[in-house]
Write a protein that binds this ligand. Structure first.
Ligand code: CMC
Length: 391
C-alpha cells in the first residue's frame, strides 16, 4: 500500500476534474461554464443559469422553453406528501423539513432512483426542478399556517416561487418586480461553487449510485451547518443579538478575536476567497438597491455596515484575509423580502439546486468511482478479549 497523506478538511485535496465552475480565490473570480458571475447576475435569469450549469451551454430560446415546460409539467407533488408536511411541528427547522421532504420524494417517485441513461437523468432533473420549489413553498406556508397549494404556470420560474410562498388564502398576491429581480440575482449567485461541503456531499453520496433525490437530501443536510449555508441565518441572529445588546459592535469584534472564545464573526472569512468574495460585492449592491427601493430603514443594516467597516480596518481580520462573504449580505435582502430568518438557508438550497444537479450529472457521466477516502489508524494494537465478569 502507498503512503497515505492526511489532509484534514481536504484543504489541498482535489476530488475530481470538473468543467462546471471556475474559481480563483486569490483574484476573486467566479465563473459558471466560462461566463463571469458578474455578467450572469446582470443579464441572465436563474433558469437559464440552471440550464447552463447542468447542460454546459446557455439554452437557445427553444431549449429554454422546452426545459421550462418540462419543469412545469413536473411541478406537482403527490397529495400524500401534505400528510408528511402536516406531521411536522410548526416550530420544526425548515432545513430539517426540506431535507426530509426531498428524501421522501424517492418514495413517491421510485423510478427516479435508477438512472441508466441521459434520458433517465433528464427526467429526474426536471422532476426535482419542478417539485423542489413546491416543497420550499409548503415548508414556509406550513410554518405560517397557510394552505398548501400550487403556483401559477403562466409565470416565470422565480416569479412563481415568490407567488407560491406569499399568496394569501384569498388569492391576493402583489407581484413586485424589484423582489423578483433581487431573488433571481440571489439564486444565480448561489447556484454553484465547485467542490464545497454540500456539493462534495452530493457527489460522494451519488457516487454510490444512490439516486439524485437522496444525494440532494444529503447535500441539504450539509448546507444546514452554520459554517456553510447556515451562516446566512447565523449572520442575522448575530446582528439581532448585537442590537439587543445595545449595538456595541466593538464588543463583538473583541469576542471574535479572542481565541478562548468560540464566537466567530458570522459572514466573514472563506476557505477559498482570500481577497474578496465576488458574490458579496454584487449582493451588497443589490441589498442597497432593494432596501432603498422598498424604502426599508433597518437598524440591523446599520449594525452590519458598522461591523463591516470595523472588520475591514482591523489588523486581525486584515492579516487573516477575512472579508465579508456572500452570506453576510444575503440575509439582509431576504429579511427585506419578508422571509423569516430560519428560511434563509432553504433559499440558499433553492439557489444551489442546479449546481448540485450539474455536479451529480457530471460525476455520473464521468463514471467516477465510489468516493471512499482512507485514514491513518491511531487506535489500540491487537489485544485479547476479556470476558465481562473479569473486567
Ligand atoms: N471570525 C473570527 N475569526 C475567524 C473567522 C471569523 N469569521 N473566520 C476565520 N477566522 C480565523 C480563525 O480563527 C483562524 O485564526 P488563527 O489562524 O489565528 O487560528 C484563521 O482565521 C483561519 O480560519 P480557518 O478556520 O482556519 O479557515 P477555514 O478556511 O477553515 O474556514 C470558514 C473558513 C468560512 C469556515 C470560516 O472563515 C468561518 O467559520 N467563518 C464564519 C462562518 C461563515 O461565514 N461561513 C460562510 C462561508 S461562505 C458561504 C458558504 O460556504 O456557505
Amino acid at each position: 500500500e502507498g503512503v497515505i497523506t492526511i489532509d484534514p478538511g481536504f484543504k489541498n485535496t482535489g476530488s475530481c476534474e470538473s468543467s462546471i465552475t471556475f474559481l480563483d480565490g486569490e483574484k476573486g473570480i467566479l465563473r459558471y461554464r466560462g461566463y463571469s458571475i458578474e455578467e450572469l447576475a446582470e443579464k441572465a435569469d436563474f433558469l437559464e443559469v440552471a440550464y447552463l450549469l447542468i447542460f454546459g451551454e446557455l439554452p437557445t430560446k427553444e431549449q429554454n422553453d422546452k426545459f421550462h415546460n418540462d419543469i412545469k409539467a413536473q411541478a406537482v407533488v403527490d397529495e400524500d406528501v401534505k400528510k408528511i408536511v402536516d406531521a411536522f411541528p410548526k416550530t420544526a427547522h425548515p432545513m430539517g423539513v426540506i431535507s426530509s421532504l426531498t428524501s421522501a420524494l424517492t418514495a413517491f417517485n421510485p423510478t427516479s432512483v435508477n438512472v441508466n441513461s441521459e434520458a433517465d437523468m433528464y427526467r429526474a432533473i426536471v422532476k426535482i426542478m419542478g417539485k423542489f420549489p413546491v416543497l420550499v413553498a409548503w415548508t414556509y406556508r406550513k410554518k405560517l399556517g397557510l394552505p398548501l397549494d400550487y403556483g401559477d404556470d403562466s409565470l416565470g420560474y422565480v416569479e412563481n416561487i415568490l407567488k407560491m410562498m406569499f399568496r394569501q388564502p384569498n388569492g391576493n398576491y402583489i407581484q413586485n418586480r424589484i423582489l423578483v429581480d433581487a431573488l433571481d440575482k440571489l439564486l444565480i449567485l448561489h447556484a454553484d461553487h465547485e467542490q464545497n461541503c454540500s456539493t462534495s456531499t452530493v457527489r460522494i453520496v451519488g457516487s454510490s449510485h444512490a439516486g439524485l433525490f437522496a444525494s440532494l437530501s444529503a447535500g441539504i443536510s450539509a448546507l444546514w451547518g452554520p459554517l456553510h449555508g447556515g451562516a446566512n441565518q447565523a449572520v442575522l441572529e448575530m446582528l439581532e443579538a448585537i442590537k439587543e445588546d445595545g449595538g456595541d459592535t466593538k464588543k463583538y469584534m473583541t469576542k471574535a478575536k479572542d481565541k478562548e472564545d468560540p464566537f466567530r464573526l458570522m459572514g466573514f472569512g472563506h476557505r477559498v476567497y482570500k481577497n474578496f468574495d465576488p458574490r458579496a460585492k454584487i449582493i451588497k449592491k443589490a441589498a442597497d438597491e432593494v432596501l432603498g427601493n422598498l424604502g426599508i430603514e433597518d437598524p440591523i443594516l446599520d449594525i452590519a455596515k458598522g461591523l463591516e467597516k470595523e472588520a475591514l480596518e482591523d489588523p486581525y481580520f486584515v492579516d487573516r484575509k477575512l472579508y465579508p462573504n456572500v452570506d453576510f449580505y444575503s440575509g439582509i435582502i431576504y429579511r427585506g423580502m419578508g422571509i423569516p430568518t430560519d428560511m434563509f438557508t432553504v433559499m440558499f438550497a433553492l439557489g444551489r439546486l442546479p449546481g448540485w444537479i450539474a455536479q451529480w450529472r457530471e460525476m455520473r457521466l464521468n463514471k467516477e468511482p465510489i468516493g471512499r477516502p482512507r485514514q491513518v489508524y491511531t487506535g489500540a494494537k491487537l489485544r485479547s478479549f476479556v470476558p465481562l465478569e473479569n473486567r
